[in-house]
Write a protein that binds this ligand. Sequence first.
Ligand SMILES: Nc1ncnc2c1ncn2[C@@H]1O[C@H](COP(=O)(O)OP(=O)(O)O)[C@@H](O)[C@H]1O
Ligand SMILES: [Mg+2]
Length: 296
Amino acid sequence: MGAQMTLAGRAASATKGFVEVKDFALFYDTLDGAVEAVTGVSIHVDPGEFVSIIGPSGCGKSTLLNAVAGFLKPTGGTVTVDGEAVDGPSADRGMVFQQYSLFPWKTVRGNVEFGLKMKGKDRGSREPAARTLLGLAGLLQFENQYPERLSGGMKQRVGIVRALATGPKVLLLDEPFGALDAQTRVIMQQILTNMWQRLKISVLFVTHDIDEAIFLSDRVYCMTARPGTIKAEIMVPLERPRQPAMMMSSEFLALRRGLMSLIREESLKAMGGEISDGALEGLSINLHGQSLADVI
Ligand SMILES: Nc1ncnc2c1ncn2[C@@H]1O[C@H](COP(=O)(O)OP(=O)(O)O)[C@@H](O)[C@H]1O
Ligand SMILES: [Mg+2]
């Protein structure tokens, strides 16, 4: 079993970390009036489930995630974890941001030990626990290094380990691999799913990358352009553990095609209607069949 566990089997083995967002709305107060960022959003993450939110830039993905983290209060609706209303940040919900947010004055292990301290772990047991977590992420040999000496991928791995060190029931990630190159990204995705399966926590992952959403998730919510609402919910029935080669499978490509057309519609809307599919076709017609290199 283990790696070959079914979706139902895995969900059943985790008992905590049920996220429920109901009729959620969030408006930002600005000098020009209220900005309606997200409205009428209802989503959930079952215990142990890996769920992604995908949508065009500015559709409210970070807003929604920050409300689950407890950094923002809903204008309307409710956010609960295991039936309890979210009322501010908590160690129950670990957060990883796109920009690396490590303490530069602490070593790799020091950063992770900080997470353990937040969890209330006593001084003596922090070091072995930090070393175990770092080992899971392949970072043990860097435990005494300072963040400035690490590559982007390594910094983000430390960020994930630190967030996991507080023992969260839910891990929230906001485009955590957005700044990484494609190769590093795939490796990070595998490390993340590996840790998620071992720790049996729930994950809510924000991305604008279609392949990443499919590769990682059990389920994907696709958002509309602002004000963000849920446009579609897509199940990803690919077996686990997932391998990069699966991205070439017909199953994966079919999911990719479906999500691409959903996102494309919304991305065009998010560009304010300046660019329509028709206008884009017009651009290629203007070349009269010549390649761009012939024309310019
Ligand atoms: N503090 C803020 N004040 C006013 N508007 C904001 C603020 N933060 C975000 N917004 C607006 O809310 C919308 C959603 O933002 P965000 O959640 O960051 O989107 P995403 O993460 O999907 O790119 C955007 O139009 C953005 O400009
Ligand atoms: Mg964002």
